[in-house]
Design a protein around this ligand. Structure first.
Ligand SMILES: Cc1cc2nc3c(=O)[nH]c(=O)nc-3n(C[C@H](O)[C@H](O)[C@H](O)COP(=O)(O)OP(=O)(O)OC[C@H]3O[C@@H](n4cnc5c(N)ncnc54)[C@H](O)[C@@H]3O)c2cc1C
Length: 496
């Protein structure tokens, strides 16, 4: 094995995007992935020729001139992606207290559309959107500008989203509607930093897109590009240990015993897993304890349904259903009232614009509800686990059928995933949906920098910066600036 410039652990978007940047900039890279398939959450699965998305359903910022578009343009992948823009006048539908509200794309359209339901609240809507834009402007990398440490990002990690929304309007219904997509960030009103709400919402209002025939295409084009740049990717290669010398990491050890050497290491997996692999005094106990003690976001239960041919329409929007009188479900999570909310969406297929082949629905679930089966391997969890999944899936299906009559009778088959599936496939702690839970009450405790006290070990992935396609892409750029220089890399990206 050669000695690489950089070994990257994990082939989710975080690992692949870092590998793409570094190989493009002339470094020799090797990506190590424990699974058979590359891509982490970008993976889709295929049954009977039908494609199911697992961990990416829609993203923002992919329009010409927008942030993710520019990052993907630099990466050389934007023209290879098959995108479907969501409904301009209603990319998200929020069903709260039995009435549907639409989020529209474009700020003026967003305001005008919601003002039809809240005519008295037009000024509040303007205030809300102006504040969102103002917050986002404080994030240089989000705006494809070099981060020279002069901006006020941190302020917006110290304020919580609940009080922010309440400060723009006292109308309780509008407060809930504006928080209606909080499943996208596992929102907790008095904890989630307003930054997270603003960065995600802004990118979607600017331009909301789905991936036709599945999100694995992002992984496919990144892998092709890395290979073209001379990079190496190894699957079935679980890293179990990092050999740390007196000053730096020397090599990564695979489960097979193979040792891979490099000058630099980027770990794009959960930071607690990275720390568990590094037995060294270079990382202080206080750092280890801080990372270990960060709370995780809640987990998720999902169903993936296949439809009979030409039976269920393709819906060019995402549908959020709330069954209670607050859209902030996490603080009131109660398995007895499950599902308290869900997100339902259809996957765009190149075979038909009119009908959907598959759909996904997801809702929160706590790891504790499936913990009793954690020690059995996949496929061997027994009849009671299967019965649990079936019971939950049917509850969810019945609920969706009430809102979309004909849904249930259109299904040919369905699959489920539980918090245990999340642990198996991505290695997040307790199957957390988006990794760590940022906390505006203790902002520094829950922010993880790419640099560690081991000079040649960097972190990346959704726990650095932010989760989601946009968050992880920006986080990867941030990580790579540590090897390439902030101004150099951002200039390359701006000039792409
Ligand atoms: C159900 C769900 C729906 C989502 N929907 C959206 C959405 O619509 N839009 C959006 O933008 N975001 C969405 N997200 C979030 C988004 O998927 C993630 O934030 C992002 O993909 C995380 O990328 P990552 O590279 O950090 O991690 P991952 O994708 O988790 O990749 C980590 C990789 O590391 C590998 N690995 C772990 N340990 C080791 C080891 N020891 N050695 C080698 N490899 C290892 C894993 O196998 C995995 O491939 C969703 C997430 C979930 C769970």
């Amino acid at each position: 094995m050669p000695k690489y410039d950089v070994v990257i652990i994990g082939s989710g978007l975080g690992g692949l995007f870092c590998a793409n940047i570094l190989s493009k900039e002339g470094m020799s890279v090797c990506v190590l992935e424990k699974q058979k398939h590359f891509g982490g959450n970008l993976q889709t699965f295929k049954r009977d020729g039908k494609i199911f998305d697992t961990g990416i359903h829609y993203v923002g910022g992919l329009g010409e001139g927008q942030n993710l578009h520019q990052y993907f343009k630099y990466a050389g992948i934007i023209d290879d992606l098959k995108l479907e823009r969501l409904d301009l006048d209603s990319f998200d539908q929020i069903n709260f207290q039995g009435k549907k509200y639409a989020y529209a794309q474009g700020y003026d359209n967003f305001i005008e559309t919601l003002a039809q339901d809240f005519p008295e609240e037009k000024e509040s809507l303007k205030k809300y959107t102006n504040e969102i834009k103002k917050i986002c402007n404080e994030f240089p990398l989000y705006n494809v500008r070099p981060n020279l440490g002069k901006d006020d990002e941190h302020i917006y990690y110290e304020k919580n989203v609940g009080s922010f929304i309440n400060s723009v309007t006292s109308n309780r219904t509008l407060q809930n509607v504006l928080a209606g997509n909080n499943l996208l960030y596992a929102g907790i009103p008095d904890k989630t930093p307003v930054a997270i709400h603003a960065l995600i919402t802004n990118s979607l209002i600017e331009g909301a897109y789905r991936f036709e025939d599945g999100s694995h295409q992002i992984a496919d084009v990144l892998i092709e590009s890395i290979q073209k740049n001379g990079g190496t990717l190894l699957n079935d290669s679980e890293v179990v240990k990092l050999n740390v010398g007196s000053e730096k990491v020397e090599s990564a050890v695979l489960k097979s015993g193979e040792v891979i050497e490099a000058n630099n290491f980027i770990s794009a997996i959960h930071p607690t897993l990275t720390l568990a692999m590094t037995d060294t005094h270079l990382l202080r106990k206080s750092y280890r304890n801080r990372i270990h003690d960060i709370e995780e976001t809640i987990s998720v239960f999902a169903i993936y349904v296949a439809f009979k041919p030409d039976s269920f329409p393709y819906l060019n929007y995402n549908y959020y259903q709330f069954n209670e009188d607050s859209v902030w479900s996490i603080p009131h999570y109660d398995p007895e009232r499950w599902p308290q909310e869900y997100l339902f969406l259809t996957l765009p297929s190149s075979k038909s614009k009119k009908y959907a082949e598959t759909a996904t629905a997801m809702t929160y679930m706590k790891y504790s509800e499936v913990k009793q089966w954690e020690n059995s391997s996949i496929g061997k969890r027994g009849d009671d686990y299967e019965a649990f999944k079936k019971y939950k899936a049917e509850l969810l299906i019945d609920q969706i059928d009430k809102q979309f009559p004909g849904f249930k009778s259109s299904i040919t088959t369905y699959y489920t995933s539980t918090p245990l599936s999340m642990v198996s496939y991505t290695g997040t702690r307790n199957g957390s949906i988006y990794g760590i839970q940022h906390d505006s009450n203790e902002p520094l405790k829950s922010r993880i920098a790419p640099r560690t006290k081991i000079p040649n070990l960097l972190l990346s992935g959704q726990n650095v910066n932010l989760h989601g396609v946009l968050g992880v892409t920006v986080g990867s750029v941030l990580t790579c600036t540590n090897l390439l220089g902030m101004e150099y890399l951002l200039k390359k990206i701006q000039d792409a």
